[in-house]
Structure formats: structure tokens, C-alpha cells
Write a protein that binds this ligand. Structure first.
Ligand code: HEC
Ligand code: HEC
Length: 363
């Protein structure tokens, strides 16, 4: 009975619906770029990420995320149409990169590595960039566009270019209610796309989830994760800074990276530039350890090649310098323990964030 009514309702609506559609749109086949980037429900946070989009003050919507996905991969946001966000924040490298530092427009090299932004919809403190100079993903998103060695554009020219690509207006309307293209909207859309890039369901997350269940049988890998996690939180004290679901306190610490012992000088003063506090010289934001295997070399300057060498850096007590964090000291880890920490970090490789650039863009 119910079903019959439903069918009737559709039949009754058909002539009305199609005529209304015909008024709005001339063609019924959507443009190729929509097929490449359809509206999709927001992804669900994977196992291990105990946060929800609803908890955010202005949650993403399928419409802002679709628009942001185009903008994120669109090289037309750069001055000469060659560089997009994905040039440096590469999906298969957990939205970081496999080079020590970034290369931007005209092949210019920066001084820092592009960090991963997985799971950054939720942070303990709102600090973005290695020195925390941006207070939100929105504030951060326009920085690279106008950075002369990243995308080399100006925000005004980028908005002009987007206005010239006529079909974009419809997607700004879809996302924000009116077709106006402005920098706040560009930033919000890109930031919302970034917020949907989440990683979880790693071997570590599965172990955390299952280990208290009745009849749970520990696998060989679980045993390694368990011992590794104990070491990480115990003797090695990595959790002083790498903590919470994203393994970062989002605060700044000096490990002595970039310290030149011969010249008694830091190559990059880091957080000090923002805070002007003496103790912040050479301090950088603690990076997440999720999917860390995907983007060697490591640290803000890409100066450490492998995870094993990273652990050895901690084991020897970092690089002594006048501002070394008081949390960093010699650890006396055995070779076996060093390897165990590396294996533990390997178990943080997760899933859920992968994406590829859409094959077509509004044009
Ligand atoms: C030329 C390479 C390059 C391009 C292009 C680029 N970035 Fe970055 N990105 C970097 C580097 C390098 C950093 C770190 C800079 C710093 O900390 O001073 C960074 C930092 C970030 C961060 C901070 C992450 C964190 O954990 O603090 C986010 C988010 C980000 N970029 C997003 C974007 C977006 C969005 C775009 C496109 C609009 C973009 N990037 C374009 C190289 C790039
Ligand atoms: C005092 C805080 C602190 C402690 C303790 C600490 N880390 Fe870090 N970790 C950081 C900071 C800050 C960075 C980035 C430093 C930089 O680039 O100058 C970092 C970087 C890393 C990186 C490189 C990640 C990347 O994306 O480049 C790895 C891996 C890492 N830490 C693992 C560990 C392990 C394992 C331990 C325990 C042995 C540990 N950390 C202890 C603060 C800390």
C-alpha cells in the first residue's frame, strides 16, 4: 500500500519536476567536471579518531568539501598555473612530501618541509605551520597562494582568476548560498576539504579497540605494538609531546634540529619568530606520527633520513644547544628498543585519507 502511494507520488510529480528542472538548466547531463567530483556525504571518522564534524563550530558540508577539493588541486590558483596545494602536500605521502624541503613556483626551494595535515580538523591547540603562525586552517590556506616561492600569486589575482572561470560561481552558490567568490570562502572550502582527510584504522587502532574484548587473541604484531606502546609512554617518554589521537601536543619544542655546533647558530629560529620568547628559539611544532612512514626525510628541514635515525637522535639526547627542551635527555635505549619504537610507528600507518586529483575542473 505504502509503496503504491510512493509510486503514485513520483508519477504525479514527474511532469512538474522535469519542467522545473528545464527552467533552471538547459542541459540535463551534468558537465564532465561534476562527474569527476560528485557531491558525496561527509566521510566518517575512522577507528581511532574519536571526534565528530558536528563538534566543530562551523562543520564542513558536502558542498564546501566538493568545492574545496577542486580548489585544492587546481593549479590555476598559482601565478603561472603550475602549482597547486597538492604539488607539495601529496596525497600518497599522507599529504606531506618525500623531499627535505618544498619546491614551489619556478622551481624555488623553501627552507622547510611541507607537513602532513591529516586529522587536523581537531587539534589540541589551534597552531598551524611549523612555528604556529596561523591560528586556523582557514587562516593558513591563503598563505601559500601569496607566498612568492610557493604559489607566487596575490589573493586578489587569484580571486580574479576564479571569477574568470565562469562555472565556479555556481559551486560557490551551492556551498555558501550566493555566487560571490571571496577569499574567506576560498579559504573555508579548502580548509573543509583538508578536514575530511583523516587517517585511522591502523594496526595500532585495531589493537586498542580489540584488546579488551572477551576471547581476544593477541597476534604477533599486537605483541610488538603493545611492547612498543609501553616503551613509547615509558622509558622513551615520547608521549611527553606526541600524545592524544593524533600523537601531537600541538606545542613547540627545541630538539636541536638545525643547530650548527661549529658556528654555534640555529639555521632557523622557528617559534621565536612568532612568540619572541627566548626559550622558543629553534622550537618547532610537534608533528603527528600518523602515517609518518609515508614521508621521509623527517623534521622541519628534512634533515633526518629514516625513522631509525630519528629515534637515535632522541636516544643520544638530541643536539645540545642553549635552548634544548628540558624534556629531551639521553634515553639509554638498546638497539632492540630502538627497533621496537620504529615498528611501533610503522603500526600507525592508517587509511581513510587517500585521494587523487579530480581529472576535470570547472572551465
Ligand atoms: C611550494 C610548496 C607548498 C605549496 C604549494 C603549499 N604548501 Fe602548505 N606548506 C608548505 C610548507 C613548506 C609548509 C610549512 C611552512 C612553515 O611551517 O613555515 C606548509 C604548511 C601547511 C600547513 C600547516 C600544517 C600544520 O600541521 O601546521 C597546511 C594546512 C598547508 N600547508 C596547506 C596548504 C594548502 C591548503 C595549500 C594550497 C592553497 C598549500 N598548503 C600549498 C608547502 C607548500
Ligand atoms: C620534547 C618533545 C618531544 C619528545 C619528548 C619527542 N618528540 Fe618527536 N618531535 C617533536 C618535535 C618538536 C618534532 C619536530 C622537530 C623539528 O622539526 O625541529 C618531532 C619530530 C619527530 C619525528 C619526525 C616526524 C616528521 O614528520 O618529520 C618523529 C618520527 C618523532 N618525533 C618521533 C618521536 C619518538 C619516537 C619519540 C620518543 C623517543 C619522540 N619523538 C619524542 C617533539 C618531541
Amino acid at each position: 500500500m505504502k509503496r503504491q502511494l510512493f509510486v503514485l507520488a513520483i508519477v504525479a510529480c514527474l511532469p512538474l519536476c522535469t519542467s522545473a528542472n528545464a527552467d533552471e538548466k538547459e542541459t540535463t547531463t551534468p558537465p564532465a567536471w561534476e562527474k569527476e567530483n560528485p557531491l558525496k556525504p561527509l566521510p566518517k571518522p575512522p577507528l581511532g579518531i574519536d571526534s565528530t564534524f558536528e563538534s566543530l563550530p562551523k562543520p564542513p558540508t558536502p558542498e564546501t568539501v566538493r568545492l574545496g577539493r577542486w580548489l585544492y588541486y587546481d593549479t590555476r590558483l598559482s601565478a603561472d598555473g603550475t602549482v597547486s596545494c597538492a604539488t607539495c602536500h601529496v596525497p600518497e605521502h599522507a599529504f606531506s612530501e618525500r623531499t627535505p624541503v618544498s619546491t614551489g613556483i619556478h622551481g624555488q626551494k623553501g627552507a622547510r618541509k611541507a607537513p602532513s595535515f591529516l586529522n587536523q580538523a581537531w587539534t589540541i591547540y589551534p597552531h598551524f605551520f611549523w612555528d604556529g603562525r596561523a591560528g586556523s586552517l582557514e587562516e593558513q590556506a591563503l598563505g601559500p597562494v601569496a607566498n612568492p616561492i610557493e604559489m607566487g600569486n596575490t589573493v586578489e589575482k587569484m580571486i580574479d582568476s576564479l571569477n574568470e572561470i565562469k562555472p565556479y560561481a555556481a559551486y560557490f552558490k551551492e556551498a555558501f548560498g550566493t555566487p560571490e567568490i571571496n577569499k574567506e570562502r576560498v579559504a573555508k572550502a579548502i580548509a573543509d576539504y583538508e578536514r575530511t582527510r583523516m587517517s585511522g584504522n591502523s594496526a595500532f587502532d585495531k589493537w586498542q579497540e580489540n584488546r579488551f574484548e572477551d576471547g581476544y587473541k593477541e597476534s604477533e604484531q599486537d605483541a610488538i605494538i603493545k611492547k612498543g606502546f609501553e616503551l613509547f609512554n615509558g622509558k622513551a617518554e615520547c608521549n611527553q609531546c606526541h600524545l592524544g589521537q593524533n600523537f601531537t601536543d600541538s606545542l613547540f619544542h627545541n630538539l636541536g634540529i638545525g643547530w650548527n655546533e661549529a658556528e654555534k647558530k640555529l639555521a632557523d629560529i622557528g617559534r621565536y619568530e612568532v612568540s619572541k620568547k627566548e626559550e622558543d628559539k629553534g622550537a618547532f611544532k610537534t608533528p603527528s606520527l600518523r602515517d609518518v612512514t609515508k614521508h621521509p626525510p623527517y623534521m622541519h628541514d628534512g634533515s633526518i633520513k629514516t625513522l631509525k635515525e630519528v629515534v637515535e637522535h632522541y636516544n643520544k639526547g638530541g643536539n645540545a644547544n642553549p635552548h634544548l627542551s628540558t624534556k629531551i635527555k639521553k634515553l639509554n635505549l638498546t638497539d632492540e628498543e630502538v627497533d621496537l619504537l620504529v615498528k611501533f610507528m610503522e603500526a600507525l600507518d592508517g587509511e581513510g585519507y587517500m585521494d587523487t586529483a579530480p581529472k576535470a575542473f570547472p572551465k
